[in-house]
Unconditional design. Structure first.
Length: 256
């Protein structure tokens, strides 16, 4: 029996390198992914974080908030031999796998991949142990705010910047005007914001009313709802695998 995703045209909005994994996953379901990377990432200049990274071992923990933070941390660490905190935390499985790829062992992963669960479970198990919190420039303030509320001493260390990919605008508009898309896949609030900014207002209004959108989790879903997209689905587990499975389940129910 073929998947309800078979033959479906699905817009993948992730950054180019990250999009490959999602694209290959969709192809396994016989879907037709159309990759339009709405974002680019750029490393923070080493001189801006050099001193902070050299002193990072004064913290009890180092927190990685995405696979991106792992990759950019390694990039900034090239040719250096930093003494790291004894314990490493990852926000989820994909981040832990990225750490494992570079030879790091993860000591803490929350049971659910969101900020509230992460801080609640960490605080319950480790109390007020100090944290070096690695993130991107557009990281949401939820985790730092919760750290403060719990009295956890931390330092926020920004490793990379998120840049809107304006080079893709003409292609994106052409696709949304001429292709009959069966779903738009968003993996961060930044992809939602870029999509809204890159489309002309009249076309965006039509898309918001008529187009099925799929979010990787509650934060991205909230961004879609904030921007008035009318059809939003998202999985309970915040991974691209669960995201695709949720879309398959939704289409099965809709068509069944």
């Amino acid at each position: 029996m073929s998947s309800p995703l078979a033959g479906k045209k699905l817009l993948v909005t992730r950054e180019q390198n990250q999009a490959e994994e999602l694209k290959e996953l969709l192809i396994k379901y016989d879907a037709l992914p159309i990759v339009t990377p709405l974002l680019k990432f750029a490393s923070i200049p080493i001189e801006e974080v050099s001193t902070t990274l050299e002193e990072i071992n004064k913290y009890d923990w180092i927190f990685f908030t995405s696979a991106n933070t792992v990759h950019f941390f390694q990039k900034l660490n090239e040719g250096r031999s930093l003494a790291l905190p004894k314990k490493i935390a990852a926000v989820g499985e994909k981040t832990a796998k990225a750490l494992e790829h570079y030879g790091y062992k993860t000591d803490f992963i929350p049971s659910r991949y969101n900020g509230e669960t992460l801080v609640k479970e960490f605080h319950a198990k480790y109390g007020k142990e100090s944290v070096a919190y690695l993130c991107g420039e557009k990281a949401r303030p939820e985790i730092p705010t919760l750290f403060q509320e719990c009295g956890i001493y931390f330092e926020k260390i920004i490793l990379y910047r998120t840049i809107m990919n304006r080079d893709i605008q003409h292609e994106l508009v052409k696709i949304m005007q001429n292709e009959k898309m069966d779903g738009l896949l968003f993996t961060s609030p930044s992809t939602v914001e870029a999509f809204c900014e890159l489309l002309p207002t009249d076309l965006l209004t039509v898309v918001k009313s008529n187009q099925l959108t799929v979010a990787i989790g509650t934060t991205t879903a909230a961004s879609l709802e904030y921007h008035n997209f009318q059809q939003v689905v998202y999985p309970e587990k915040f991974t691209i695998d669960a995201m695709v499975q949720e879309l398959e389940r939704y289409l099965l129910m809709k068509n069944g």
